[in-house]
Design a protein around this ligand. Structure first.
Ligand code: FES
Ligand code: MG
Length: 578
């Protein structure tokens, strides 16, 4: 248990408000301009409430109200709350991909906190990239921080059938393309699949990343599992506001919480949840911000002994996050895998993770399985390496059929997404179920921003034959709600001349998940010959954010952070002069 170690005069915000000088006169008089007096701020922790609400972010609609619940908690605990809006990053609307802007959000948050009179921060996010973006920025800023997850939306519903975000869209879209669903039914599905505010309620990137935030110790216990529309979520928001005020007095910073052991807990929990493949990139980036070295190999190591026990789609076959909450939520799951967790890590509560989950129960053994009856005995992700991916790539074996875990087949190569899209539904496409589809120029630089194109559409010709899955390889990512035999994040990417750029139609490709291997079956000499002939594509951006992104983005296995934002890049940034 941490204890109060700061006095009002030690507060960072006191540098703005306390001195009897002209600068501080200016700060105080401008707060008074807003109708507030010294009783509102003097001697109180200033709490930034960083809100990623926007009119075009359906996952964060309720943040417009929740920010008031957070403020209520801050006021109750004797703090001074200030809402600071940050970039919203709505997964469905931001093009070409929110991943292009995750680091921009992280920079936004870090600088928002640094430049304002802030003592602590509540981070309000949930839609995919907002969680890592907010946490990466707050980690680099270093002030006490607590994460408020938006919470998953309620189950979707169509004709009495439960619909899951993403996963069921892909599934029914394939049915529609196969002529099994008509236009009227399709519109009904559109209206039924997302029926409340909140984040995707499958085990997509949003639910994965908020669970990771909780496993790291950055949320209140159980916070990540509460559905957005549940009144528990409102009370949790006020609790979060109350808790951050004490965290400031206790000087409980992210550095004390986000240790190497905490990141290992995050990985173990991600595996048990049947996590989104995107988790790998975000956790590596965030760990590096925290000064902890986490690599692809750590994920593969944990994947071999932590079973998937959350029976939530797409790895699970039936349930969604709402069911997961009723079954006991993340504390219940963590208690079930506690032999794989470091229980002595500190959390935002001031207590250890072990103390937080002590006695947490599971109320439905089919939703959160016992470890000896998992839905998949090994972890959610596997990291493959070989001459086609020297720095690694990722597959989600729990979401693809076993017969494709070991496969050799001829390559069918698409140079970019538009050219693939133009022909994939053609009846003349020379493709069989044995083929290995390849999409290139979809990586961090080539996409740009590594769009979620990795679940390449199944060729219509094969769908009509009843084939529902085949091996698909790319340097792209895929949505956490996707499924199928998709090998992703191939690194280095093709756009910078990685071996993926050198594959030709008809080359044999082998994927062997048990052996963690991926091979282009050509000789080293032939590979070297093709590499010598490869020509770099022209630069995509000549100005603006995209230019900066292109100069500084790192490859997938390094977490796609900007090189200059890594904690070990240069001397630490000093506090602003006032
Ligand atoms: Fe926001 Fe899925 S679109 S969480
Ligand atoms: Mg997603």
């Amino acid at each position: 248990m941490t204890k109060r170690i700061k006095a009002p005069e030690d507060l960072r915000s006191a540098r703005w408000f306390a001195p009897d000088d002209l600068r501080s006169f200016g700060h105080r008089s401008r707060v008074m301009q807003m109708g507030l007096g010294p009783e509102d701020w003097a001697g109180k922790p200033v709490i930034a409430v960083v809100n990623t609400w926007s009119d075009i972010n359906p996952c964060h609609t309720h943040f417009k109200q929740r920010v008031d619940d957070v403020k209520r908690g801050v006021l109750q605990a004797g703090g001074f709350p200030l809402e600071l809006p940050a970039q919203s990053l709505a997964e469905n609307f931001v093009k070409p991909t929110t991943m292009l802007y995750r680091n921009l959000l992280a920079m936004d948050v870090e600088e928002l906190l640094r430049c304002h009179p802030v003592d602590g921060v509540v981070l309000m996010g949930g839609c995919d990239k907002t969680t890592p973006g907010l946490l990466m920025g707050a980690t680099s800023a270093g002030y006490p921080a607590i994460y408020l997850p938006a919470g998953p939306m309620l189950r979707g519903n169509w004709h009495g059938k439960v619909l899951g975000s993403g996963s069921d869209a892909w599934k029914y879209w394939d049915d529609r393309r196969a002529g099994l669903i008509n236009q009227k039914q399709w519109l009904e599905i559109e209206g039924g699949i997302a029926r409340s505010h909140g984040t995707c309620m499958t085990m997509g990137t949003a639910s994965t990343m908020t669970a990771i935030a909780e496993a790291l110790g950055m949320t209140l216990p159980g916070a990540s599992s509460i559905p957005a529309a549940d009144s528990n979520h409102i009370r949790m928001s006020a609790d979060t506001g109350r808790r951050i005020v004490d965290m400031v007095w206790e000087d409980l910073t992210p550095a004390k919480i986000q240790t190497h052991a905490a990141f290992e807990n995050a990985i173990a929990v991600a595996m048990a949840m049947g996590c989104s493949t995107n988790a790998i990139i975000h956790v590596i980036a965030q760990a590096r911000r925290a000064g902890c070295e986490i690599s692809l190999d750590d994920f593969d190591r944990f994947s071999r002994f932590v079973p998937v026990i959350a029976n939530v789609r797409p790895s699970g076959d039936q349930y969604l996050m709402e069911d997961f909450f009723y079954a006991g939520g993340l504390p219940g799951l963590m208690n079930r895998i506690k032999q794989h967790l470091h229980l002595d890590t500190l959390t935002v509560t001031g207590n250890t993770l072990g103390e937080n989950i002590e006695g947490a129960e599971v109320y439905n053994d089919d939703v959160i399985r016992p470890v000896d009856h998992p839905i998949y005995a090994e972890g959610a992700l596997a990291v493959l390496k070989g001459n086609l991916a020297p720095d690694g790539c990722v597959i989600k074996p729990s979401a693809c059929p076993a017969h494709l875990h070991q496969h050799t087949g001829p390559a069918l190569v698409f140079d970019d997404y538009p050219s693939m899209k133009a022909v994939i539904d053609s009846d003349d496409l020379d493709v069989t179920a044995d083929h290995v589809l390849i999409l290139r120029n979809a990586g961090p630089l080539g996409g740009p921003g590594m769009p979620e194109w990795g679940m390449l559409p199944m060729p219509k010709k094969l769908l009509k034959q009843g084939v529902r899955d085949m091996l698909r390889l790319s340097d792209a990512r895929m949505s956490g709600t996707s499924y199928g035999a998709c090998v992703l994040h191939i690194s280095p990417e093709s756009y910078v001349g990685g071996p993926l750029a050198l594959v030709q139609n008809g080359d044999l490709i082998t994927v062997d998940v048990p052996a963690r291997a991926i091979r282009l079956e050509i000789s080293d000499e032939e590979l070297a010959r093709r590499k010598a002939e490869w020509k770099a594509p022209v630069a995509r951006y000549e100005r603006g954010y995209g230019w900066m992104f292109s100069k500084h983005i790192q490859q997938a296995h390094e977490g796609c952070d900007f090189d200059f934002l890594r904690t070990d890049f240069g001397a630490a940034v000093s506090e602003p002069d006032i």
